[in-house]
Design a protein around this ligand. Structure first.
Ligand code: HEC
Length: 116
């Protein structure tokens, strides 16, 4: 097992030669901060929160939150932000398929759009 783990670490690939599913080709570097978060935000959040994150009226009658709002930012902790993405909240559905590092990059971006 130790050898297998060493192989995995060295090769950077999941699966230990037992017919496991090969890891998908890595197309982009792992997201690390607000710049990657901005890109992911446009892809995963802007459809509801708008391109600037200020929120908008939704077709289903709700209003998506204004993520630039200082009082919202003060109220929503880092853990809460990650949880909202993972599980959804109120009328916001869970944002599926986000890796932990992607969610953290989005969280960093959300922090960067806070307005005073
Ligand atoms: C399908 C539409 C939709 C998508 C996609 C979406 N949201 Fe939301 N979001 C909402 C709505 C609607 C609310 C208001 C929920 C309520 O209060 O009922 C909300 C609320 C929030 C809140 C406020 C939570 C609170 O405690 O008040 C945060 C933070 C948030 N969204 C972050 C995000 C982030 C980050 C993403 C992308 C990863 C995202 N949302 C994607 C619709 C969406």
């Amino acid at each position: 097992m130790r050898i297998c783990l060493a192989f995995v670490v060295a090769a950077g690939v999941a699966g230990c030669s037992t017919g496991g599913v090969a890891a998908p080709a890595v197309e982009e570097a792992a997201p690390t901060g607000p710049a990657d978060g901005a890109r992911l935000f446009q892809r995963r959040c802007a459809v509801c929160h708008g391109p600037t994150g200020e929120g908008q009226e939704m077709a289903f009658g709700a209003r998506s939150a204004n993520l630039t709002d200082a009082s919202l930012q003060a109220r929503v902790t880092e853990a809460a932000l990650l949880q909202v993405m993972r599980n959804g909240i109120g009328r916001m559905p869970a944002v599926t398929g986000l890796r932990e590092d992607e969610a953290k990059a989005i969280a960093a971006y959300v922090r960067s759009i806070r307005k005073p």
